[in-house]
Design a protein around this ligand. Structure first.
Ligand SMILES: Cc1ncc(COP(=O)(O)O)c(C=O)c1O
Length: 343
């Protein structure tokens, strides 16, 4: 058991409170002073969002040395953090040549492949020499190499689905795929603690979004029943399709999804299952194949299997694995495949 550092927690909250109060006071006086000055943007609404803008100017810039520190080594269990200094009360930070060795609690390099690895590193260097770091072209315009097709076949085989498509970024995989799969007249039922990429993808889709209590199958069933009875807003027509979105392992809580229960509820109500395995693929299951392998769920019962290469695989990018028809449809319609160059 680790003792909770109450004093540190309290003094941190107190410091935040103090900075907040002084920030508000300074903004108040600044407004009075600026009132006399003619603004060059007279009549325009502020371009930056209110509270976020205040937080950045009055709090974050003063304490930013605690965060976002550059590193100068691979993200291994220990890494080199670059030391910085400021001459203007932390508004700007300048790098020194000094580094400190720190325990890395900030990366998700679960299997250590992102650091020097005797199998991966030489192969990565070989492919860089042969194919370069980017194709400088979209997948459909000469940006597909044999590495992409090999990778897609390998991912599909590994996760146990007929086909897969890969993207240059995990975040983009969710935020660009959901608007292709769902739209007006569709219903997304999302776990309350789903990742921001899912939240933004769902919002961008134009579908109706309902949230169920984190990892609570009984609440999911309640929401499903209510929504099916209610139908689409205003017209009350039946939903065009329903998709339930969950994660294999929740990133902030480290909690395993109750996938078997969720899958059986979705089957009962004919809702599609979208499973984000960013943190579970390569990390759990007898052979690292994720939560389906760990919890004994047939991958045929999960309609869309999403995952990223940024965690266990120590690289970058994301994938969607599913039926051949689904993957072909995504390859023909998804802007992240059609218009974004691949690494
Ligand atoms: C559940 C989940 N999905 C998607 C992503 C986005 O993946 P990436 O970091 O590879 O862009 C993350 C990132 O941590 C995540 O936790």
């Amino acid at each position: 058991m680790i003792a909770i550092p109450y004093l540190t927690a309290l003094s941190t909250y107190f410091s935040y409170g103090l900075l907040f109060a002084f920030g508000q006071l300074r903004d108040f006086f600044r407004k009075i002073v600026d009132w006399w000055r003619a603004s060059t943007l007279d009549g325009y609404a502020p371009i930056c969002l209110g509270l976020e803008d205040f937080y950045i100017r009055r709090l974050y810039l003063r304490i930013q040395d605690c965060f976002g520190r550059p590193i100068s080594s691979a993200p291994d269990a220990w890494f080199d953090v670059v030391e910085r200094y400021s001459n203007d009360n932390n508004k700007t930070l300048k790098r020194t040549t000094k580094t400190s060795k720190c325990l890395n609690l900030g990366s998700y390099n679960y299997l250590g492949f992102a650091a020097a690895d005797e199998y991966c590193t030489p192969r990565a260097i070989e492919s860089l020499k042969k194919f370069a770091a980017s194709t400088c072209s979209t997948r459909v315009d000469g940006g597909t190499t044999m590495l992409h097709t090999d990778l897609e076949e390998c991912v599909a085989r590994f996760v146990g689905k007929p086909a897969a498509v890969v993207f240059g970024m995990g975040y983009v995989t969710n935020s660009a795929i959901l608007p292709i799969l769902m739209g007006k007249g569709g219903l997304i039922i999302s776990d309350s603690l789903n990742h921001n990429s899912i939240v933004n993808g769902a919002r961008g889709s134009g579908a109706t979004i309902r949230v169920f209590q984190h990892n609570t199958p009984s609440h999911l069933e309640t929401v499903l029943r209510e929504q099916i009875a209610e139908g689409q807003p205003r017209t009350h027509r039946p939903w065009k399709k329903i998709m339930v979105i969950v994660e294999g392992i929740y990133s902030m809580e480290g909690e395993l999804c109750k996938l078997p229960e969720i899958v059986s509820i979705c089957k009962k109500y004919k809702a599609y299952v979208y499973l984000d395995e960013a943190h579970s693929i390569g990390a759990v299951g007898k052979s690292g194949r994720g939560v389906c392998e760990l919890l004994g769920v047939d991958t045929a019962d999960v309609d869309v299997m999403m995952g990223t290469f940024t965690k266990s695989f120590g690289s970058c990018g994301g994938y969607i694995a599913g039926s051949k028809e689904l993957v072909q449809y995504l390859k023909y319609t998804c802007p992240a495949h059609l218009y974004a160059p691949n690494k």
